[in-house]
Design a protein around this ligand. Structure first.
Ligand code: PLP
Length: 368
């Protein structure tokens, strides 16, 4: 989508909490990004959508080849794109987490192009993302070219059949199944409130994303994730210090929520810690400063530097906690003391970090 909508060296506007695939497109096409920081929930530190009213004037100036925005965000924050509709800049949407929106009653994304990963929120096999594009502001032939250049020339009939089955289900029973799912989630939220755990909700959030927090019981998100998995055999999507993210879909049944509730009741009964403060579970969501474009940094000579000495150096590699796959540091960004501390703290908490040459994170690749 991005390669077919830009030319080498183009400027693009992009939310900095984008998935690593978007930075890879910037490297391939030598793009010059202007980053927009997402809004952040001031109590829980959850990353929300971007403030489109603030970026509308930037897009009116036509200085960007396109804007690439992510909505819904990983934790379910949805960006209101309506104010950008009149903008002259083509709008490309990473809607990886939005394939189920039509059965939620959310109007389809109004954009020049979007990509939806059917496998994330609908019952389809992994690797069944689809691209939608229809725009007189994009060169559709170019997009077609890049699609055939980057995809396998031997597409899988199994995956295509899976797409058909998922779309068939969405368009027939999907809406009714979603109504049922939403009532299961609502009941779960009411019942979980009695345990001491709570579900964090914010305006404009996709209701199928459940942010479960045990901070009032003294249980941080990573402990919650570990215990749910090891003791109760329940795998959550991912964890942050303040909460765990659970993704529900129309394939979930009442018994799934009952099992989760039973596990939480047991954990709550055994909890003996005092409530955690924001200071204990809050996280900075600041992003580093870009001093070279991702492509420039990718091409320049690199060296290894001890993490303890990395503050002030310019990154030559991605540092990406996975999930959610949003790079903490992108090649070309200045590594701050605070970033070094965040990497250390993630390492101590055994949060999986990908993208670095040294998997132990003792050293980082930086520009020479
Ligand atoms: C926001 C976002 N965009 C893109 C992707 C990549 O999607 P896919 O799994 O279809 O490659 C992900 C995957 O985690 C994502 O969270």
């Amino acid at each position: 989508m991005i390669l077919g909508s830009t030319k080498r060296g183009d400027r693009i506007l992009v939310n900095r909490n984008a998935h690593k695939s978007i930075y890879n497109a910037m490297i391939l096409q030598d793009l010059v990004p202007s980053y927009v920081a997402p809004r952040v929930h001031d109590e829980w530190g959850v990353t929300l959508g971007v403030d489109t009213k603030a970026i509308a004037p930037l897009l009116a100036s036509q200085s960007y080849a396109c804007a690439v925005l992510t909505t819904p965000a990983y934790e379910g924050g949805m960006t209101d794109l309506s104010v950008l509709r009149a903008s002259k800049t083509p709008l490309l949407i990473d809607a990886a987490h939005g394939a189920h929106l039509p059965i939620l009653g959310v109007p389809p994304v109004q954009a020049d192009a979007s990509v939806e990963s059917l496998h994330k929120t609908t019952p389809a096999m992994t690797q069944t993302a689809v691209i939608n594009y229809r725009s007189d502001r994009l060169d559709e032939d170019r997009i077609d070219h890049y699609l055939s250049a980057l995809m396998t020339s031997s597409p899988s009939y199994i995956l295509m059949a899976s797409i058909d089955l998922a779309l068939g289900r969405l368009t027939t029973t999907g809406e009714a199944e979603m109504v049922n799912l939403l009532s299961l989630i609502e009941r779960f939220e009411e019942e979980v409130a009695d345990t001491g755990f709570k579900v964090l909700r914010f305006e404009g959030q996709d209701p199928t994303k459940i942010l479960l927090s045990g901070v009032d019981l003294g249980i941080d998100g990573l402990t919650l994730q570990r215990e749910l998995r090891q003791v109760h055999r329940i795998a959550v999507e991912y964890a942050r210090p303040a909460y765990c993210l659970l993704m529900a879909s129309i394939s979930n049944e009442a018994s799934d929520f009952e099992r989760l509730l039973m596990a939480l009741r047991q954990m709550a009964a055994g909890a003996n810690g005092s409530p955690l403060t924001y200071g204990e579970v809050g996280e900075s969501r600041d992003f580093p400063k870009m001093v070279a474009t991702p492509r420039e940094a990718f091409d320049r000579p690199k060296r290894s530097l001890a993490l303890s000495e990395a503050a002030g150096a310019v990154a030559a590699e991605f540092v990406t906690p996975y999930p959610p796959g949003i790079p903490l540091i992108v090649p070309g960004e200045e590594i701050t003391r605070e970033m070094v501390e965040r990497i250390r703290s993630m390492r101590e908490k055994s949060i999986q970090i990908v993208g670095t040459k040294d998997h132990t994170l003792e050293t980082l690749q930086v520009l020479r």
